[in-house]
Design a protein around this ligand. Structure first.
Ligand code: ZN
Length: 251
């Protein structure tokens, strides 16, 4: 079975369509949350992801933009974007976002999907130190997580050694690129597909992964998309300029 794992689309329709167009054939789609927030196409993206699959966890922006939580913890730019999104989401899409499940969800017996982490949906797992206790406690072989917008993975073998193996190595920052990793049977993994709509790992290309259960592999992808078109939409929509600028930088 081949599974497309998407995260942090953030209402970026052009990036989502570019990734779907470039993605290899697959059987299922897992979505790790933050479908909306920041970008100019929240309704279009919400409608599109609902067609793709049934496995979702909610992100902090999904909660904020559908009114489930206050904006107190948001920085001013994120807060303004959330208010902008609240005002434009249709009732149907607001309700769709409100009913998204709290992670972890377990779409396969050996897999969990979370937004931040299994113990806290808003936790940022950025470095090996953050990942270590999670890998120790995890009841499953693979946890897919998002939230940080950084494409990477952490792994722990059965002897308890920790290593930061899954840093995809790309030969350039342009064009479509992929990086395949074979998973070990007796190791646990935390894997972040990166962000479709707001990459923050110094690479402006959109990010996702394909998990192939047949050969037990993860393939990381980076896909270019029309960044200037998306920037123009964000500026015309009256969203904060910074949200457009950062797309070109990938941070
Ligand atoms: Zn996000």
């Amino acid at each position: 079975m081949r599974i497309l794992v998407l995260s942090d689309i953030h209402a970026n329709l052009e990036a989502l369509e570019a990734c779907l167009g470039a993605a290899p054939e697959h059987d299922l789609v897992f979505n790790l949350g933050d479908i909306v927030g920041y970008g100019a196409n929240p309704n279009e993206v919400a409608a599109r992801v609902r067609e793709l699959g049934k496995t979702f966890v909610r992100g902090n922006h999904d909660k904020a933009c559908s009114g489930l939580i206050s904006l107190d913890g948001f920085n001013p730019v994120a807060g303004l974007a959330a208010i902008w999104t609240q005002q434009r989401l249709t009732q149907e899409n607001t309700e769709f976002l409100q009913q998204l499940p709290h992670g972890p969800v377990s779409p396969l017996p050996h897999v969990e999907c979370v937004h931040g982490s299994a113990r806290d949906e808003d936790e940022y797992v950025l470095v090996a130190r953050d990942a270590y206790p999670l890998l120790e406690q995890s009841p499953v072989q693979i946890t897919f997580f998002g939230h940080t917008h950084i494409q990477c993975g952490f792994s722990r073998d059965e002897e308890g050694d920790l290593w930061y193996t899954l840093v995809p190595k790309y030969t350039s920052r342009t064009g479509k690129q992929s990086f395949k990793v074979h998973l070990k049977q007796k190791a646990k993994y935390l894997i972040n597909p990166g962000s479709i709509g707001q990459p923050r790992d110094n690479d402006p290309r959109s990010a996702f992964i394909l998990y192939d259960t047949d050969d037990n592999s993860i393939t990381f992808y980076r896909i270019p998309y029309d960044v200037p078109a998306v920037q123009k939409k964000i500026l015309h929509a009256g969203l904060p300029d910074r949200l457009a600028e950062r797309l070109a930088e990938g941070r």
